[in-house]
Design a binder for this molecule. Sequence first.
Ligand code: NAD
Length: 275
Amino acid sequence: MTSNVKSKSTAVTRDYGKRNVIVTGSSRGIGKAIALRLAEDGFDVCVNDVAANQAGIDETVKEIQALGRNSYGHVADVSKLSEVEKLIAAAVENLGPLNVMIANAGIAQVKALLDLSEDDVRRMFEVNVFGVFNCYSAAAKQMIKQGGGGKLIGCASIVAFKPFALLSHYSASKFAVRGFTQAFAMEMAEHKITVNGYAPGIVGTAMWDLIDEELGKKSGAKKGDTVEKYSRELTALGRVSVPEDVSKTVSYLASPDSDFMTGQTLVIDGGIVFN
Ligand code: NAD
């Protein structure tokens, strides 16, 4: 049996060889932190986002290349299967076989259940649920075509475990991501593909800026203060989470260290207690 652990005097490094990953919604926020962390881990990275975030895609690609890894940017709306299929084909053409797919892209909306329109709910599910389904399904087909093996990783949320007032359709969409993750894991095992998820808590990103305004109205917090307020009041660790708190966990899920784990969604929330 060969070992991939190399020891040079006191330093120990792990070399898992060339691996390629797609990270959706990685022009900014948690997705960008994941893309950069996986580049540090040795992955070549396909950066994806919607067309409006082209500048962020280009910047992330540049930062990954500066780390000495190959990177490639591709605009695609994950809610459309045909665009996800093109994303995967382009990533394979530019980087090589797909080893890991990270379905990170998502949207949020703060609205009372009784105010929600059918369109609000439909759009939430198109991006958060169909987006993950499209990525899992199309990436699995590519991995099977390559001979099997690989990792599918999807982004849920703490509200997939503990629903939060005013985020009902977001919460329901993230429960569905957990469900797909568990179910796909059972069906993909025969192809040596594992399927796991990650569930961030309250993370200071552009998404939280959007949530901030509406929650602030309810709680009386000043604009920009809710991330501090909620992190302090609702988490055991009492500080605002940064994207890098999440990317460390995703690094583990993308690495061979998690090879015997499938169907799980790991919570990274600093110990949240919703009342
Ligand atoms: P963000 O808004 O900064 O990043 C999300 C990215 O996804 C954006 O760049 C956006 O353009 C992209 N995106 C949205 N719709 C897309 C589509 N149809 N196709 C391709 N890309 C699309 O937010 P973030 O906080 O970095 O969120 C990343 C993930 O983490 C999301 O799935 C979100 O639901 C989840 N999450 C965030 C928090 C938080 O507190 N910020 C908590 C729990 C879970």
